[in-house]
Design a protein around this ligand. Structure first.
Ligand code: ADP
Ligand code: MG
Ligand code: MG
Length: 311
């Protein structure tokens, strides 16, 4: 076994980071934690000009064998970040401080990646994760994606919604998916697109399925049974299902195209029962699905991380 450590990027107060920490430890290997929530107040980091000159809390990390990235908590709106007071006091200064902090942390991850550490996965702001780019990469690879329009142009939106029964949802995230109704296409309503673009997409009325892929293998597929259009907070039941070989192959291929060793993908069936890919999440949560469906996702994920120590 090599001395290269397994690194967990995330706070141990974050249940997903803690679950991976425990799992890696249970496999006989003490992970290094880069807890970005403690940085810079409470976590000393020193970076030199050499790629492997990264010292965290007095320990020179060198080249990690594998890195699990839960979150760098880079945005004032990220999970577990409380920037309300600082923003109220001085939003400009707070925003700049976040940028300084995140620039340094991102550089650490990029260096480790360049040194050949196996990433599970790049952080969420990496370009392949950016949704309107991700879907285009999948489409170009010949994978099934829903007809989609990202736009602030009322004429383009009216045209798209004339051709498709459609839903709308945020470009990056932060709000629920809703069905487009006639009242959404009035001048007054579409004027709101001047504030921000929106994602319009062909309505997929079929099954909602979450697929976990690790190192080129489907670990499990879970059907979320619900009446609501956006399943979150509306789950009624989660069942483990077996995917057809062809669909499983598409999921594995999608993870490869986007460059994710670990992903929780969302796929949904169209009215013909044909699955289309909604998205690949880079730091997909798994604890809720494990508890509800009785599956094991963290086990294979920890096995995958630890396997790189032998490499
Ligand atoms: P997020 O990153 O917010 O999870 P998704 O694209 O996965 O974004 O959308 C969230 C959920 O909204 C999906 O899991 C699904 O239940 C519903 N949804 C999204 N797109 C569509 C669509 N085109 N048709 C029907 N439901 C959709
Ligand atoms: Mg989703
Ligand atoms: Mg998502």
């Amino acid at each position: 076994m090599s001395d290269s450590p397994i690194v967990i990027v995330g706070s141990l107060a974050d249940p997903h980071a803690a679950a991976i920490f425990d799992g890696v430890r249970a496999r006989g290997c003490e992970p290094v934690v880069l807890d970005a929530q403690r940085f810079p107040e409470d976590l000393p980091i020193a970076l030199g000009e050499a790629p492997d000159a990264v010292v965290i809390e007095g320990r020179r990390v060198g080249r990690p064998a594998a890195v699990y990235v839960r979150s760098l908590y880079q945005s004032p709106a990220a999970y577990g970040v409380d920037a309300d007071e600082a923003m109220k006091e001085d939003w400009r200064r707070t925003t700049l401080a976040f940028r300084e902090r995140s620039t340094l942390l991102s550089a650490i991850l990029l260096r480790w990646e360049a040194l050949g550490a196996a990433f599970y996965n790049p952080s969420a702001n990496s370009h392949n994760i950016t949704k309107p780019y991700q879907l285009a990469l999948l489409q170009a690879a010949g994978l099934p994606v829903p007809a989609t329009l990202w736009s602030n142009d009322p004429a383009a939106v009216r045209r798209f919604c004339g051709e498709h029964e459609a839903v709308y949802k945020p470009v990056a995230g932060g709000a629920a998916t809703r069905k487009v109704e006639a009242r959404d296409l009035t001048d007054e309503r579409l004027e709101k697109l001047q504030a921000a673009p929106v994602c319009f997409q062909e309505l997929l009325p079929g099954d909602d399925v979450r697929v976990y892929v690790i190192d080129g293998r489907v670990v499990c597929a879970l059907r979320i049974v619900t009446d609501a259009i956006d399943f979150r907070q509306h789950e009624q039941r989660i069942d483990r299902i077996e995917l057809d070989d062809a669909v499983a192959r598409e999921c594995v291929r999608a993870a490869e195209v986007i460059g994710l060793r670990y992903t929780g993908m969302d796929i949904k069936a169209d009215r013909h029962g044909r699955y289309k890919i909604l998205e690949l999440n880079p730091s997909a949560m798994f604890l809720g699905f494990e508890a509800r469906a009785g599956v094991d996702i963290r086990g294979p994920l920890c096995d995958a991380l630890v396997a790189h120590r032998g490499a």
